[in-house]
Design a protein around this ligand. Sequence first.
Ligand SMILES: [Zn+2]
Length: 328
Amino acid sequence: MDLKRIQMKLESWMGLTGHRWKNTPNGLYSINLHRVGDLDKTSGDPNVYSCTQEQLSAHLAFLKTQFDIVSLNDVKAFVANPKMLSQRRCLTITFDDGYADNYDCAFPILQSHHVPAAFFIATGLIGNSVLPWWDKVAFVLKNSPLNQVKLKNWKHPVCFKGDMKLFIRGVLKEIKATGVELEQQIKELEEVSDFQGQYPTPEFMSWEQLKLMHQQGMTIGAHSHHHYILSALTDEDILFELQHSKHLLEKNLGINVNAFSYPVGNQSTYNDGVIEALKSSGYELAFNFRPGVNFHVDKKRYDLHRFPIEPNMTPADFKQMVSYAKVY
Ligand SMILES: [Zn+2]
């Protein structure tokens, strides 16, 4: 256990988390979700679920009492004039990828709470039948008799120990860790699993649904085209990912797109080169997927932090996560 976790545990036993929570700094807080619904019912990757519909409603009810919920337009105003944040604790709600449950399950809940949200879309998944690689991997594993998987370039095998969600997470982690092309690894996984079935229909939003959400006050941003890890691409491919996704969203929805969220979003997935490409492609701000409170939003406009919403998270869990976060 690292020092920070020991401190968190100790202070929680001593009843100090509440004190810390009350003293969390002013600034911009941002939360990130992926899928909303029942993770036991999906044929894809259960690890991309953030919460159920009921839990989303409970989260929003709680967050509304603690923060000013703001839109991405407000965030742009803060970037232009950071002083606006000095006396406020604001929070912006974001969703990544573009799953259909964002429209079917999350959108009605957001509307019933009268709060805006931003949806960052991987455009290669919209309006076609492309199943993303993580959902393919999950589907193959769920339909495979294997209790252990090891592909050629992996250092260690991943074993099934009774929890399918953890098994899938372990395999995805190994796939991401080797530098081998994703499609090639999926092919190999299909072979070792003796998979000959058909993949299920992908569950992503349509252009019409995105348009409707935008008309109803939601913001649409880009999340690349192919959802590749940008830091691993050539300069030319990075520009394609940023510009093509922006172009498709603007053309199909008739809107201006100037906000981005990095695919995967941890520190190793973007760098100064990616940020320069965002600037030259006309983006004004970008979100990562690392916890933290945003204060110097003008200087950090291409590196805005977000807190994850995890399944079964309680207000106490949320308070603890946020109370110990770094301020950027
Ligand atoms: Zn994503």
